[in-house]
Write a protein that binds this ligand. Sequence first.
Ligand SMILES: O=C(O)C[C@H](O)C(=O)O
Ligand code: SF4
Length: 522
Amino acid sequence: MQHFEDSIYNLIVETSTNLPGDVRRAVAKGRALEDRATRSGLALTTIAQNIGMAEQQVSPICQDTGMPTFIIHTPVGINQIEMKKDIHNAIVRATKNGKLRPNSVDSLTGENSGDNLGAGTPVIHFEQWEEEKIDVRLILKGGGCENKNIQYSLPAELEGLGKAGRDLDGIRKCILHAVYQAQGQGCSAGFIGVGIGGDRTTGYELAKKQLFRKVEDVNPIEDLSKLEDYIMENANKLGIGTMGFGGEVSLFGCKVGVMNRLPASFFVSVAYNCWAFRRQGVLVDPSTGNIEDWLYESGTGISVDDGRDQASETEVADTDAGEDNAATGSREVRLTTPISEEDIRSLRVGDVVILSGEMHTGRDALHKYLMDHEAPVDLNGAVIYHCGPVMMKDEEGWHVKAAGPTTSIREEPYQGDIIKKFGIRAVIGKGGMGPKTLKALQEHGGVYLNAIGGAAQYYAECIKKVNAVDFMEFGIPEAMWHLDVDGFAAIVTMDAHGNSLHADVEKDSAAKLTQFKEPVFK
Ligand SMILES: O=C(O)C[C@H](O)C(=O)O
Ligand code: SF4
């Protein structure tokens, strides 16, 4: 299998950079349902643009290239140990070339292995089959959406939905609740895989396996096919919208699988995947290791456009160009760092801020550190970006390869204190933050800016220069990168006046969830 390593390398690159055809069509379908001038509509336009940029530049669609997970079927007699070595080599090469972010972190020491290898990374499931070819499937599922996976043990009492019993209707309630609880934090609109039955481990495995189904397939089990259709018809009524901005589209896909369970257990496991639904597969010739076929339709040539005419394109372009948006009542405000308290206090939820100047990345390790240490740079009036970029170094220095936001809520225990301690004026991330941060924004004079999750190429292009880096010992994603940006756009979703779009959308969707309380499948 001389060429197997190259084949796996090509599979990784394709998966990370080119969103498959069926996924693109689902995004396009969602776009068609959303008014373009709304926050969700504009976010979808950015997402569509990002998908095109990633393909063109052969760079990661999202900076979080996830936990590389392979499901492999081999003919009897193939040496799986050799295959594993080739996969590891391909992973290391893809990481070196900026197609994967170094994502394997020692859970006790926090050390990043730097090459995506380590205990439990990558995940490789082998199975034998009586076919002649090797079937290799790969999913790159990021950490933010992984955190929104959820497992229910039935019977249960579900918030807003009441009793969920051990039947199809109970399962229906779990799935709707799963979409609701994810809000925008897993970069909605998402795709969900559901596993009914099994134990806690195999239930989740089954849920993840559903993500390997094609978006447009039809479930062969009639009851489950009906359930999938029902969820697709109704989940959008929750009003969560793109990135949790509120809107018409909250779910792009739903696939449900079933397996037997123990008499005492009834698990419904839900794997939530963000819109950046990166999975591909190849059929490999076992004698040469060459790719014979791709298992999912390529995204190349498949438009993420919503089919609306050119005229409405121009309207959006005009909105982008800086006029105030009549549909959302928001303004567009250009700010340069460091930012004054007065400028920040003049912002309101819904305003679009276009930033220029220096910003500093900081995520989990940095926030913990800053609680009881000084910062290496002056953060007065500064902007902190919750971001773990993909970076590459050459003779000229560091280059940003992908740099979208990470889920901010993880910093909730620290953020308010850090804003006050260092005089920070704006925090950029995604998914919003909680009451502690909101209070600090109000007291100190700060805003939370929501960037579009997964739009890693779109934001990388706004970063003009890497000024410096601190804390490389935290690993590339966790280091504090000092970045010069120009035209970096994000939406104010929490302001200095106590307003939070996230709190509003969550409350509103909680109310909408109750409409699904009555039994549907009897
Ligand atoms: O780790 C990241 O960069 C992002 C993560 O996938 C997230 O969604 O929070
Ligand atoms: S940042 Fe968003 S798009 Fe990227 S992996 Fe996380 S959830 Fe997915």
